[in-house]
Design a protein around this ligand. Sequence first.
Ligand code: FE2
Length: 343
Amino acid sequence: MTISQAVDLFEAELRMCGVTEGETVAVLSQTEPQRIYARDFLTAATRLGADAYEVALPSQATAGGLDAVGVTPLSGNRSAIEALKHADLMIDLVFLLFSVEQQEIQDSGTRILLCLEPIDVLRRLLPTPELRERVEFAADIYSRAESLRFTNGFGTDVTYSLGQYPVMTEYGYTDEAGRWDHWPSGFLFSGARDDGVEGRVVIAPGDIVYPFNRYVESPIELTIEAGRITDISGGVDADLMADYMRGFDDEKAYGISHIGWGLNERCRWSSLAADARGIGMEGRAFYGNVLFSTGPNQELGGSNDTACHFDIPMRNCTLYLDDEPIVIEGDVVVEDMRPRAGA
Ligand SMILES: [Fe+2]
C-alpha cells in the first residue's frame, strides 16, 4: 500500500470516528514503525480540517504490551498525559489498555482508538455502521441478562452471574466522548460478579490461546469455583498454561476476566495460522466465537489488576443469556446480530 492509500484508509476511519473540522486529534507513538502510522493519521486528520499533533514517547521508555498489561511507556510522563487529554480523539499506537493513564485520558472526555494491526488487516477489516448496530443490539440484550452460561462438546459448562459490571462494545471506531475502541474488532463482553463464575471450561483443540498466539492441540480443563481457577489439567497445552500462570506468582492471575462473543464475519478463525503479525484482533473477533478470558478486570471497573491475562477465543460453543440461546455450536442465532444480506 502506498502512503497516499494509507492516508485514504486512515481518513475513512477518522470519518467513522466523527472527526470534523475544528476537532483536535492526537496520535501517541513510540517506535519508528508507529511513527509511519502517526504521520499518515496526522495527514488524514488535517485533510478533515482537524487540529492534529503527535505525542512521540522516547523509545527507551518502559515497554508495555500484552505480556505485561497495565505497564506503559506513558507512566509518570505528566506532560505527555496532559497533552493527550487536550484531544477530542486520541489514536493509540502504543497500547495503553488496562493502564491508569488510559483511564485518566478517557475520564477527561477524550475518545481513544487503539490501532496496532498491519495496514492490510486494517484495510480488510475497516469497520462499518452495520457492524456497530449488530454489536450494540447484542449489548442491549446482554446488559439486561442476569446470567450467562456456555458449553461446548468437550465438557465445558460454566455459568457467570451478571449485573455488577457493564457491557463493553468493540466495533472498530469511536465517535462518543470518553469511549475507547479498537480497530479492527467486532465483539462485546462483560464480566461476572466478583466470585460469580462456577463450572468447568474445557479449551478444545483449535481454540486459540493469546498471548501464546497458538492453537491448542490438546484439551485444557479448567475447574472454576467462586470466580477462580482451582485446577488446570490436561496435556502439554495445560502444562504450558499452568506454568505460565505460576510464573506471575500472583493469586489474582487465577481470576476470571471478561466473557463475550464475536460478531465480525469478515474475521477468520484461521488467520493466525498463516499470519503471526499484529496482536490477534482477527482471532478475537471472528464470528460466533466465545471469547473466554482470565486475569484482570480493571477494564470493566473491577479490582483485579494482575498482569497475567489470557484471551481465549473458543469455537463451536453454545452460549445462553438467561437460558435463551444466543450462539449455538458457533453460530449466532439471534437474527439482529447476524450479518445483513448485502451489507
Ligand atoms: Fe482480554
